[in-house]
Design a protein around this ligand. Structure first.
Ligand code: GLP
Length: 240
C-alpha cells in the first residue's frame, strides 16, 4: 500500500523524508534504520547531520543496516558505499561504530551473504530507506531478481553501470558486481520510505506503483508491503 507525497523539488523531498526519520528516531531512540546510498538520500542525510549538530538529536542507540556494497572496491575507496556512508552520515553523528552494518566484500562471498543475513535476522528494521534505479532496481536487486531472495551477489546491469559511471572517472572503473540485501529482507521492514528525484526516475516510479507486479520491475514487489511511503519530486512524478 503506497502513500504518495509529491514535492515541488529535491529540497522539499529531502525535508519531507527528514521529518519522517526524525519522528522515528525521537519517538523510538533505539530504532533500527535500513539505509541507502546514491544521490537520492544525500539531502536527507545533510538534514539529519544539521539536526544532530543544532538540536542534539541523538543516534547513540540507533542501529543501521545498509542495503548494498560494491564488490572489488577496497573499503577506503571514496566510492565504496562504506566510504559514502562514513562521509555523508556516520562520521557526523554520535552513532557507535558497532551499531553500523553494511554488506562486505570478502574472499568467501557466500559466507559474506550468510553473515549479513544473520545480522538482518537479529534485527527488526523499523524503517527501510530506498532509492530506485532508473531500471526499477531497489538496493542492487536488478530486474529478473526473485522477490523471495535474501542477501546475494549480483552482476550489475549495463544500465546500472552507465547510471553509476558519473561517480567514477569512466564506466570501465564502475565495479561489475555488488552484494545486496535481497527483496525478501527489504520487505521485512515495518515501514518503507522510497525517494525518487528527477525525470530519469519517472518511468520506474510509475511502473512501481501502477504497473503489474513483476520481477522485471523489482520495486513493484513493494505493492505487497502494508506501509510504503513514496516521496517524489515533480519530475519523478511526471508519469503518475
Ligand atoms: C544505486 C544503488 C541503489 C540506489 C539507486 C539509485 O545503484 N545501489 O541503492 O537507490 O541505485 O541511485 P541514485 O539515488 O544515485 O539515483
Amino acid at each position: 500500500m503506497f502513500k504518495i507525497i509529491k514535492t515541488a523539488n529535491y529540497d522539499e523531498l529531502s525535508d519531507q523524508a527528514f521529518n519522517i526519520i526524525k519522528n522515528i528516531v525521537t519517538t523510538k531512540p533505539d530504532s533500527v534504520l535500513g539505509l541507502a546510498t546514491g544521490s537520492s538520500p544525500v539531502g536527507l542525510y545533510q538534514r539529519m547531520v544539521t539536526d544532530h549538530q543544532q538540536n542534539g538529536t541523538s543516534y547513540r542507540a540507533v542501529k543501521t543496516v545498509n542495503l548494498d556494497e560494491y564488490l572489488g572496491l577496497p573499503q577506503e575507496h571514496p566510492e565504496s558505499y562504506y566510504s559514502f556512508m562514513q562521509r555523508n552520515l556516520f562520521s557526523k553523528l554520535d552513532i557507535p561504530t558497532d551499531n553500523i552494518h553494511l554488506p562486505e566484500d570478502g574472499a568467501d562471498q557466500t559466507e559474506q551473504c550468510r553473515r549479513y543475513d544473520a545480522i538482518l535476522d537479529g534485527l527488526n528494521v523499523d524503517l527501510q530507506l530506498l532509492g530506485i534505479g532508473s531500471n526499477g532496481h531497489i538496493g542492487f536487486n536488478e530486474p529478473g531478481t526473485s522477490f523471495g531472495i535474501k542477501t546475494h551477489v549480483v552482476d550489475l546491469n549495463e544500465s546500472t553501470l552507465r547510471d553509476n559511471a558519473r561517480f567514477f572517472n569512466s564506466i570501465d572503473e564502475v565495479p561489475k558486481q555488488a552484494i545486496t540485501m535481497g527483496i525478501a529482507s527489504i520487505m521485512q521492514a515495518k515501514q518503507i520510505l522510497i525517494i525518487a528525484s528527477g525525470e530519469n526516475k519517472a518511468d520506474a516510479v510509475a511502473a512501481m506503483i501502477n504497473g503489474p507486479q513483476t520481477v522485471d520491475v523489482p520495486a513493484s514487489a513493494l505493492q505487497s508491503h502494508p506501509n510504503v511511503t513514496v516521496i517524489v519530486d515533480a519530475a519523478a512524478a511526471a508519469k503518475l
